[in-house]
Design a protein around this ligand. Sequence first.
Ligand SMILES: Cc1cc2nc3c(=O)[nH]c(=O)nc-3n(C[C@H](O)[C@H](O)[C@H](O)COP(=O)(O)O)c2cc1C
Length: 150
Amino acid sequence: MKIAICYLSQHHGNTRKLVQAMVQGYDADLIDITASSHADLTGYDVIGFASGIYAFEFHPQVVEFLKENLPQGKKVFFVYTCGGAKGTGTKGIAKAAAERQAELLGEFGCRGFVTFGPFKLIGGAGKGRPNEADLARGREFIQAILAKAR
Ligand SMILES: Cc1cc2nc3c(=O)[nH]c(=O)nc-3n(C[C@H](O)[C@H](O)[C@H](O)COP(=O)(O)O)c2cc1C
């Protein structure tokens, strides 16, 4: 079972840390979508999209990347880290995936370190997140996703 996770992680690398832990030991490629706006996703059995939450949503660049690159009818999942107010979270990207007739297998989110705006004044919030417990829950999530995809 070949997995890809297409991610954007620009604030503190929180989402990258999470997806790296998730795919350890699996046949998986992590695709940093800021490196290139194109990727051939045809050969993957399961495709994840991962982002920090920015202004209560997945980063719009990840949604654009999905629209540009996701083949029809793929199995997908979503992963995010956030400061604690995920807002509509995966709603926009779920809509874009549905337009590609994707099968949504699940989503996973946890807190991430944030120093944006007022949080900077107090030295940030969510220090150390995602932590070991978050990463362990992330790995349980991916196991469940792969079990569903088989
Ligand atoms: C410009 C900006 C906007 C953000 N907006 C939100 C938000 O609306 N809700 C929230 O819970 N966290 C928000 N955050 C915090 C990030 O979602 C959080 O730090 C996340 O873990 C960042 O992931 P990354 O390090 O992978 O980029 C924001 C951070 C930045 C820099």
